[in-house]
Ligand binder design. Structure first.
Ligand code: NAD
Ligand code: MG
Length: 396
């Protein structure tokens, strides 16, 4: 029986994970569930999965949840980042699903790495912000890192893997990272000024949380994923080619030195990569509909449009700078939150990131505190950018 901590249990990744767990009560037990503020959803999840621990973002919501769960003595409710750090590292946890969105997911994921857990990594922002430090902590802690992100999961599936879960890159010539292109694929930048958050979140193939949906629309998600692939598979950015594949059936490919290209295919359903990571190196039923190639019909590939979606080229530059992706990711989080709150335009998101990358003093953070400081500086500068762009539009 694997005891699984699901961080971000109420989110899109959390729910897909719990759906797979629910199908295999003989194999998996959700022993810890965490969420930010959603008490109603957490109550329902706790009643169903009976985890030993439920962790909320703050004391007030934890008190609220504890009140609701007074009849369930099996579930202990706590709150805050310190409690989550400690509980994730406990001996009673085997695997940790890092499904919190954004920089907030870094601390508990680092704690899982230090404690040598098997980490099912969905929270790409944590890896991208802390890069070298995160990978070194995984190595020192003896943790096993398995990528949930569908593209990186596909790469993992197409690579020979060593006993410790580390991929063998010996004969690899190129990684081909696929992108759906998002809901605005094929549109010119000039036509994107006034798109709404609703339009940006309407992904053609995937159903996901709001933040990653906007990231897919700007292609910032592919920028983050480029950095993610560099860290996970020890590649330089030029060893990774980005290809737009609008059907989201091929989830990424590996080209070997003999010319062979291996692709992993599947429905655009996160339960497949999650089940792969939960069961690795075994396989289990994920509840996903079988892929019917005749109804898929065709697979198209095209180059990404860097002019319409500058977030991708900004990431390609930021990756080459020390601490660049930490600033990129933080500024992007601030900009996306402002866009979702109708504070700035869709096309201001890349402008805010650009402004932050130009304004923050870039340096490689060598400790968790240094990562937090760099993230905070980027947020301050990005918030100034947001205010300036919001004011400029009001003046028009
Ligand atoms: P989501 O918004 O649906 O869920 C986020 C979860 O994190 C929720 O449970 C929320 O309560 C929790 N959370 C939010 N802020 C928090 C905070 N400050 N402290 C503690 N908990 C907090 O997001 P999602 O779409 O599930 O994405 C989660 C992560 O997985 C992201 O990093 C995303 O990039 C990555 N990812 C998601 C998908 C997908 O299909 N949804 C695919 C690949 C990667
Ligand atoms: Mg992805």
């Amino acid at each position: 029986m694997k005891r699984v901590a699901v961080l971000g249990a109420t989110g899109s990744i959390g729910q897909s994970t719990l759906d797979v767990i629910r199908r295999h009560p003989d194999r998996y037990q959700a022993t810890l569930l965490s969420a930010h503020r959603s008490v109603d959803e957490m109550e329902a999840l706790c009643r169903e999965h009976l985890p030993a621990h439920a962790v909320m973002g703050d004391a007030e919501t934890a008190e609220h949840l504890a009140d609701r769960l007074r009849d369930l003595s099996a579930v202990t409710v706590s709150s805050g980042a310190d409690a989550l750090d400690d509980l994730v590292a406990e001996a009673a946890v085997d695997s940790v699903v890092a499904g919190i969105v954004g920089f907030a997911g870094l601390r508990p994921t680092m704690s899982a790495a230090r404690a040598g857990k098997t980490i099912l990594l969905a929270n790409k922002e944590a890896l991208v912000s802390a890069g070298a430090l995160f990978m070194e902590t995984v190595r020192q802690g003896g943790a096993v890192l398995l990528p949930v992100d569908s593209e990186h999961n596909a790469m993992h599936q197409c690579l020979p893997v060593l006993a410790n879960g580390q991929p063998d890159m010996g004969n690899v010539e190129k990684i081909i990272l696929t992108a759906s292109g998002g809901p605005f694929r094929g549109r010119a930048r000039a036509s994107l000024d006034n798109v709404s958050p609703k339009e940006a979140c309407a992904h053609p193939n995937w159903s996901m949380g709001q933040k990653i949906s906007v990231d897919s629309a700007t292609l910032a998600n592919k920028g983050l994923e480029l950095a993610e692939a560099c860290w996970l598979f020890k590649r330089r950015p030029e060893q990774i080619e980005i290809v737009v594949h609008p059907q989201s059936i091929v989830h990424s490919m590996i080209r070997y030195r003999d010319g062979s290209v291996l692709a992993q295919m599947g429905q655009p359903d996160m339960r497949t990569p999650i089940a792969y990571c939960l069961a690795w190196p075994d396989r289990v039923d994920a509840g996903v509909q079988a892929l019917d190639m005749v109804s898929v019909g065709r697979l198209d590939f095209e180059a990404p449009d860097l002019e319409a979606f500058p977030c991708l080229s900004l990431a390609q530059w930021a990756i080459t700078q020390p601490g660049g992706m930490c600033v990129y990711s933080a500024a992007n989080e601030v900009a996306v939150a402002a866009f979702l709150a109708l504070g700035i335009r869709f096309t201001d998101i890349d402008r805010v990131i650009d402004h932050a990358l130009r304004s923050v003093n870039l340096s490689e953070p060598s400790s968790l505190d240094a990562v937090k400081d760099l993230d905070s500086s980027a947020r301050v500068v990005a918030a100034e950018g947001v205010a300036a762009f919001a004011a400029a539009h009001q003046d028009l």
